[in-house]
Design a protein around this ligand. Structure first.
Ligand code: GAL
Length: 423
């Protein structure tokens, strides 16, 4: 019955209860927006979102409470502390799925925003599947998506590949990828750029590689318990991930994800497997699509779209509730979705935007979203509870040290015992 990971998420969360609330008072005419958008591209896109809001609500002073660190590695624990202490920002960035419903809605930190959907025609403007399966609990909706990132993208430095006689088609196999890596390695170039000073970036490389081996159906099977985490296919993916380590830049653990993208721009590395927030960095640096940088689905994952949605939620007891509601309304507007996503690398979550306003990468991603199989990201908090997300990060860290495939798989088997689908 639970073949769809979204339904598994939903079914479990429907059984959870709601907890009480913290009350608040504060100054008028302010709005505190919490996120982790601080890299060059991220900050520019957030600014565009602020710009649209300010046009609608000019008297309100925005407090930008962004906390640096890709993937929300530093922001999310801080947010938890604030929420648990009854000191919420008015609104905060959240991935849909487990992160939103399990970490924020279930403990009672969020106010539903269902009315905004009714009064703004959002019921039809946003993809129903996503809203119903990943952002709704007890028929109440808890977030509005600012945009949707594609996680399984392999970016490359066009000129560096050309110089080395490497051609990339519209899809790539693992064999083609490793053949390119060998060519580059022979000339002393680190083929694959990683910035895993925060381990999620390597976990994402593994997530993409795992999807490349098991496919979208296998992904669903893993998260609903039909396939085990020590399945030969998972081990094959771990081995491929291990093999990739031979081609990675030496300074990977000293770099952040965006520094690795910068290394790609500078021709120090050729490829980087990263969600399309990387596109935001290329745009910020004024690089030209295809001429300077190119992209293809991460090896083996053509036909799948790893969804990494960026939503905003409303705090229960928001200190500036009216401004927060106006912010959420603005985030969901066509104007904001067009302005923000053009800079962020993601595609608008609304399906009624003006496609002609977007560049080639965005159009490619929009087409992929329309026809490919959606897959929920585990690394970005959607597909599984936080404990499993953490266990995956820990298993990746351990593997980078001991390179032990069985240990990696067994750690995931252990962690999966705690998944709701296993109970
Ligand atoms: C993701 C988030 C993206 C991007 C990325 C890197 O979790 O959804 O918007 O910010 O982290 O920081």
């Amino acid at each position: 019955m639970h073949n769809n990971p979204y339904l598994v998420v939903l079914a479990f969360l429907c059984t959870l209860s709601q907890a009480p609330i913290a009350a608040h008072s504060a100054d008028e005419n302010k709005l505190e927006v919490f996120s982790w958008w601080t890299s060059g591209g991220e900050a520019a896109a957030l600014d565009a979102l602020f710009g649209v809001y300010k046009q609608q609500d000019p008297g309100v002073e925005i407090i930008n409470a962004a906390v640096a660190g890709g993937g929300g590695f530093a922001a999310r624990p801080l947010l938890q502390t604030r929420l648990a202490g009854g000191n919420p920002p008015d609104t905060w960035q959240s991935h849909p799925g487990w992160e939103l419903l399990g970490q924020y809605v279930e403990p009672g930190y969020c106010e539903p925003i269902t009315d905004l959907y009714k009064t703004n025609g959002w019921d039809t403007a946003f993809p129903k599947e996503l809203v119903v399966n990943l952002m709704t609990k007890d028929r109440k909706i808890y977030a509005v998506l600012a945009g949707i990132h594609r996680g399984n993208v392999l970016w490359y430095n066009t000129k560096l590949l050309e110089k080395n006689g490497i051609k990339v088609g519209d899809r790539m196999t693992f064999d083609q990828f490793f053949a390119a890596c060998d060519k580059l390695k022979a000339t002393g170039i680190a083929a694959l750029g990683v910035g895993d000073s925060q381990i999620w970036a390597s976990a994402q490389l593994f997530e993409n590689t795992l999807l490349g081996v098991v496919g979208p159906k296998g992904w669903t099977d893993l998260f609903d318990g039909t396939m085990q985490w020590d399945d030969p296919k998972v081990k094959e993916a771990i081995k491929l991930f291990g093999k990739m380590q031979d081609y990675i830049n030496r300074d990977h653990s000293a770099l952040s994800w965006d520094q690795a993208i910068k290394a790609l721009m500078e021709g120090k590395v050729a490829f980087s497997s990263m969600g399309d927030w990387a596109d935001g960095e290329f745009l910020k640096a004024n690089l030209k699509e295809k001429e300077d940088f190119g992209w293809v689905s991460h090896p083996g994952t053509s036909g799948s779209f790893v969804i990494i949605g960026d939503g905003f939620a409303l705090a229960k007891g928001a200190p500036h509730k009216e401004a927060a509601l106006a912010w959420l309304k603005s985030v969901g507007s066509k104007e904001a979705q067009e302005a923000f996503n053009r800079l962020k690398g993601s595609i608008p979550a609304r399906t009624d935007v003006d496609r002609s306003k977007f560049d080639a990468y965005h159009k490619w991603s929009m087409d992929s979203f329309a026809k490919d199989k959606p897959v929920a990201s585990c690394v970005h908090g959607e597909a599984a509870p936080a404990a499993f997300q953490q266990a995956l990060n820990d298993a990746v860290t351990a593997f980078l040290g001991d390179k032990n495939v069985d240990n990696f798989a067994n750690a995931l088997v252990e962690a999966a015992r705690e998944l709701p689908s296993a109970k």
